[in-house]
Every structure is written in C-alpha cells, then in structure tokens.
Design a protein around this ligand. Structure first.
Ligand code: NAI
Length: 327
C-alpha cells in the first residue's frame, strides 16, 4: 500500500515516517514536505525493509499523492509555552486547506488522517474543502485523537498500579482534541470510585497532558515522539482494515452525518456535527460510530461530555467558516 506523509520532515513527521518504514503493509512511502523531505527519505531508504521511500517537494506534490491509499498530515506549526491549540489556527488552517485541496485533486480516494492542530477545526476545514470540490467521502476524513487515548491509558495505569500495555480496554477518549473537549471514559465505573479524589486530577492530566510536554520542551515545540507513536497506532489500524482485517474500537474525530449511527449521536448530543468516538472501519474507511459508549457514561463523564459539546460548537464553526470564506 502507498502511504504519503505530508509534513514528513517535522518533529512528528520524521519519527512517524520511521515507524511507517517499518510497517510491512507499506510498500511505497511518499514523504512530502516544503523542506528536507529528500534527505529524510534518503536516510530512511537505507533501512532494509521492503518499502520504497521517496521524498517530494511542492513541485512534485502530484507524484507524492497520486495513488496513495492513506495520507497522514502532520504539517503545520506546533505550540509554544502559553499557547492553546486554538492559537495555531491562523497558520495551520491555511496549510491544511491547501494540502487537502491537493489531496482532493490528486488522491481523492485516500483515507486522510489529520494530525495538524487544532484538530477540532482542521477536520471541519478538510471536510468542507473536499465538499466544495465535490470530492467528499466523509468516512475517509479522520482527526487523529489517539494521543489522548495513550495518555489516558498511561495515567490511569499509573494511578491504579496496572500494566500500561493492557489498558486499551479499560479507558478510551471521546469528544474533541483540545482541553476540556477531551473526555476520558473509563470502562469499569468502579475504577472511578477507586481513583476517589484523584479522579479530577486524572481527567485534568488527560485533558492538559499536552501542556506538560510543551512546558518541559521549553519553547522547542509540543509532543512529537509520543504523537508519532499515536499516529502510527491509528494509521496501522487503518492499514490493517484496508488489508481486509476487521478493525473497530479506535476513536477518531469524524463528521457525524456521513457515517452510520452519526445522526443518532448528533440527536443525543445536540448541536455538534463532529465528535470523536470509537469507530468501525471497513477497507480503511469509517463506516460507523459506536454510540453505545454514550449510553454508559457515569454522572461525571456526562458532565464532561456536556462541557465538551459546548466548546466544540465554536471550534467546529470556526473551521467551517474559514473553509467557506475567501481566506
Ligand atoms: P514541526 O514544526 O516540527 O513540523 C511541521 C512540519 O510541517 C515541518 O517540517 C514543516 O516544514 C511542514 N510544513 C509546514 N507547512 C507545510 C505545507 N504547506 N506542506 C507540507 N509541509 C508543511 O511541528 P510538529 O511538532 O511536527 O507538529 C505538527 C503539527 O501536529 C502541529 O500542528 C501540532 O500542533 C500538531 N500536533 C497534533 C497532535 C495531535 O494529537 N493530533 C499532537 C501533537 C502535535
């Protein structure tokens, strides 16, 4: 399968490209960036896995994207201390709109995995851009929220002294990908009781875990290595699904009206037409959302979802307005 990474030379792009070079399902790895992609690709091409690996520039973007089944987009600027993901909007909105226009033109069938922040707005930008080109296949546009799941798994395991590698059934994350739009959902509600007074701290760390990294990196950017692994985990699920495997349970931020069960979720949540939920993938495309998680929330989690919806409305609207506007 051909996978293209757009923004491949960046802090996320490089380790993500390395991981994809190691994935046996990938036969052709196309690394695109406005700088350095040829060097990153040459470096990775010496690894003795069977995929071809080439670098591309804006002059050769058509070649980079053509035939790609999966396009992963970590292009754009990351946060510095004191910035929210929304502060990135001004720069990244235009970058994502431009990239998605090229994907619509050269790889209209591709599954598009958006990492560029603010995901709550860049995914609506991607959807509206493709819609205006007449190229939208709603289940093919996915906002990557997997890093929130990794954080929830790691932190919950720490609080409960459990095996970190066996937490994906214990906790997941729904909602959006920014501050209080991030809603960790614990499967066994007794775990919430076990956390006791630490529950609030757990939720806060999952919602604002990105800030811990931004602060520790002290001006040098945001999460890159953990994000590369998160992007890899999600992209691998999409690739396995494309290869015919039954894959479900991975949350991603999707356009609800375009997927089975989405309208029911919209009715239940009110107002929002995008939300991250565990999805069912078929041939790498989101064919449905698993809404059952919403009917099994604790009182605390219900409150978190309500707050997430309140904030998401504005984030989503901002993305839509940008995509439809002249900017
Ligand atoms: P970075 O600055 O290290 O890398 C970004 C790369 O994008 C650079 O190589 C740059 O040349 C490239 N780029 C910029 N404009 C481009 C364009 N028009 N076409 C192609 N490439 C372009 O940034 P980093 O740390 O890799 O972060 C990338 C994005 O991912 C940021 O928006 C960041 O906020 C976001 N992010 C998302 C997370 C998530 O959970 N979804 C987690 C962490 C970061």
């Amino acid at each position: 399968m051909k996978v293209a990474i757009v923004g491949a030379s960046g802090g996320i792009g490089q380790p993500l490209s390395l991981l994809m070079k190691l994935n046996p399902l990938v036969t052709d790895l196309a690394l695109y960036d406005i700088r350095l992609a040829a060097g990153v690709a040459k470096d990775l091409s010496h690894i003795s896995t069977n995929s071809a690996c080439h670098g591309y520039t804006p002059q050769t973007i058509q070649e980079a994207l053509q035939g790609a089944q999966v396009v992963i987009v970590p292009a754009g600027v990351p946060r510095k201390p004191g910035m929210t993901r929304d502060d990135l909007f001004k720069i990244n909105a235009g970058i994502v709109k431009g990239i998605v226009s090229s994907i619509g033109q050269y790889a209209p069938q591709a599954r598009i995995l958006i990492i560029s922040n603010p995901v709550n707005s860049t995914v609506p930008i991607a959807v509206e851009t493709l819609k205006s080109m007449g190229k939208l296949q709603p289940g093919n546009v996915m906002g990557v929220t997997t890093l929130d799941c990794l954080r929830a798994e790691t932190f919950l395991a720490e609080y409960l002294h459990k095996d970190k590698t066996a937490m994906s059934d214990e906790v997941t994350v729904i909602g959006g990908h920014s501050g209080s739009t991030i809603v960790p959902v614990v499967s066994n509600k007794r775990s919430i009781d076990k956390l006791g007074s630490q529950y609030g701290e757990f939720v806060h760390r999952v919602q604002f875990g990105g800030d811990e990294v931004v602060k520790a990196k002290d001006g040098a950017g945001s999460a890159t290595l953990s994000m590369a692994f998160a992007g890899y985990r999600f992209a691998d699920a999409v690739l396995r699904s494309l290869a015919g495997e039954k894959v479900s349970g991975f949350p991603t931020f999707v356009y609800l009206p375009g997927v089975a069960g989405g309208r029911e979720v919209q009715r239940a949540l009110g107002k929002v037409d995008y939300f991250a939920l565990p999805v069912v993938l078929q041939k790498g495309t989101v064919v449905g959302v698993d809404a059952s998680i919403l009917s099994n929330l604790s009182k605390e989690e219900k409150g978190l979802v309500e707050e997430a919806v309140r904030q998401l409305v504005g984030n989503i609207d901002k993305g839509k307005r940008f995509a439809l506007g002249s900017k």
